[in-house]
Design a protein around this ligand. Sequence first.
Ligand SMILES: [Zn+2]
Ligand SMILES: [Zn+2]
Length: 552
Amino acid sequence: MSGKLRVLPLGGLGEIGKNMTVIEYAGKIVVVDTGLRFPAPDQLGIDLVLPDFAYLRERAADIEAIVLTHGHEDHVGALPYVLREIEDWPPIYGGPLTIAMVRSKLDEHKLKDVPLEAVHPGEEIDAGPFTIEPIKLAHSIPDMFAYAITCELGTTLVTGDYKFDQTPVDRIPADVARLAELGRDGVLLLFGDSTNADRPGWSISESAVGPQLEQTFARCRGRIVVTCFASNIHRVQQVVDAAATLGRKVVLVGRSMRKNANIGRQLGHIAVPDGILVEPKRIEDFPDEKLVIVSTGSQGEPLSALRRMAGSEHPHVDLRKGDTVIFSATPIPGNERAVNETVDRLFRLGAEVITAKDAPIHASGHGYAEELKLMLNLVKPRYVMPAHGDHRRIRLHMALAEAVGIAPEALFAGENGLPLEIDAKGARFGKPERAGLIFVDGVNVGDIENVALRDRRMLSADGIFIVVATVSEQDGSSVSEPEIIFRGVPAPGDDSVVRDLRDEVEASLDRAAKDDVREIDALQSRLHDDLAAFVYRRLKRRPMVLPVVVEV
Ligand SMILES: [Zn+2]
Ligand SMILES: [Zn+2]
């Protein structure tokens, strides 16, 4: 066994989101997950953030398979963008729900005939030098699979997102027996979820949420709006069950809520009693105390149904005093502000708001510290590379591994772009590969130097100066006083700045004329540099400077 196994995370380490990992052996590649991240508030006007997958583009011919752990956006959201950039699509595997959700997403992106294949736990996938086995784990979406990816050197277990729920809503708990078997046979590397490494103890079971929802519903007099992740199909099931028990009808609002509920029903993940579902447009036909509305928008997403309700802009749901809005989800880090804003608008409309802080109406889909220890003890990995977490959680995951007796030399705190290389002699980090971010702005995909983003950031922070200079066609001299327009420039101060800027324009044009610079483009670029330097000297700011040179 002279080969070398490489495990290269392209996303998901040092952050929570955009998970993508390349597993490489004998020149062949298996990709686990192709996720995205939603933009941070300072990434203005950007719709999505993808991992930089240049590495995959270059190695496209070597990709034997893409395997998807589950249907969350941070694991599948970048797939359309990856497929657009590689020819000869490799087969793509995932659980039945994952594949159904991905198919619907690819349809929206007009990507047809993608080789998608639903797999089930226990089945084996052949992928070049690898065999891949899906293993059932529990998470906040059905059909969540870890993958045991085996080559000559041994088995890498990529956990995906998981918890050890003893009483999952679908009664299919994590396959602990299979994990233990893998551990007995020997696992080379555990590449495991670190999301809740900072929470001590055990996560609560998803099944514990149902009775809490029911108790909370029972105290409500008017209409109830429950918001949760549309993909949390078991949560939606529990809302439906609680509504049924209390004799309330259920209304599903929000495009993704309706879509996922449909897919979930087709695949048998959600059972809805006959006659309980009501179309959104018929809401006003039912008394307030007979309705539960299940809505998207638990993260304060700008275009979501709940956000529209909060702004009194929803076509069917007009929130008012007496209504109760229940957040059966917690904000993902970064979404707190949008959620708080939504909550406050709801209060303004007179609604009551109950969040997971007020009642135990949410269960995390990620295992807590004791569950991560259980995973470590079950699979007894030779090496551990914590995944899916910021640097702090990765370190905490390593501490948990040490606590269960794994030697510190066997623990690797990875980073995006840093490959872990394992051969017969041992494991070590290799040379870094390209990794980073790609921004998606509407339908365009660009890299981090994306001009539009830079422009927006400059405009939002420091404003803009527009300078219109009129020059003579003959000798390039300034023929009339330059016009200066500014917007959003913090404290441009008194008129003297504008006056001095005019002088600077004239001076710059004079210098250009002396140097015989006549091309409009060249003039504008010189003006830009001179004025930007001047403005920075005067204001200690870098507003956008937009010179326009007109020849007469
Ligand atoms: Zn997930
Ligand atoms: Zn995730």
